[in-house]
Design a protein around this ligand. Sequence first.
Ligand code: G1P
Length: 297
Amino acid sequence: MTARVRKAVIPAAGLGTRFLPATKALPKEMLPVVDKPAIQYVVEESVSADLTDVLMIIGRNKNAISNHFDRVTELELNLQKKGDTQKLERVVKSQELADIYYLRQGDPKGLGHAVARARAHVNNEPFAVLLGDDLIDARDPLLSTMIAEQEKRDATIIALMEVEPDQIHLYGAAEVEATDSEDVVKVTGLVEKPATEDAPSNLAIIGRYVLKPEVFDILEHTEPGKGGEIQLTDALQEMAADDDVAGGVYGVIFRGRRYDTGDRLDYIKAIVQLAMDRDDLGPALKPWLKDFTDNID
Ligand code: G1P
């Protein structure tokens, strides 16, 4: 019987240089997607998969993140006085979502290094990792499917999504074999950000993982890889190459809606798509957007 997945780790120590100067003083994870910071969507996703114990690995200047999930009594009192219950509810929700713990990464040595820092908190249990740049639409559950696969197979599970071949250099790419399930593949190899011609497939790792704790031992000896950083993909490649290490690696193929907020253009698209689906904004945004695009030549 394998241990149940109970904890989530959210690495949030990236520098966000693609959004400079907006991210000079503001962590990229706090950039608003409609009216919530990107990181809140990720915490909500974790909670929807019943993972309410969340460890965030943060960098310098990331106090805004912990402030966001904390109480702001003056603000609550102010909204109470005004009788603005709707806003009050939204403020309170953001601080009661989960049990959030914070750990500083120290040297920013890459995603693998950030995950390795979670060892003492996670201990000897399988755990989820959610990357903040990828938002998964709440209507298309992914993490709960991955957790179920982890429990069923007692292996490491990663989320994969088909991308255009010319985009694969932005992701970890997987070499896979079919299984008896259409949406699950056996991962036989992984390469971090390969050139299109070297990619084993156009299946990209999107930022969701359910890892077995054996990954911590592997990360301890994982050498810096692509970009001089300790890559989680390289540690997972070691696990994929040998089923005896910890039951191997499987990929859940995601075919739902994903929004990339790590890239400026995709960030703009994410805001428009999510706002369109909102009852309070969509009805007014839609006709305006139609009119706007009709006038584009
Ligand atoms: C990270 C991982 C990469 C993965 C990607 C998903 O890269 O290293 O394997 O495909 O997240 O978003 P990053 O985008 O942080 O450079």
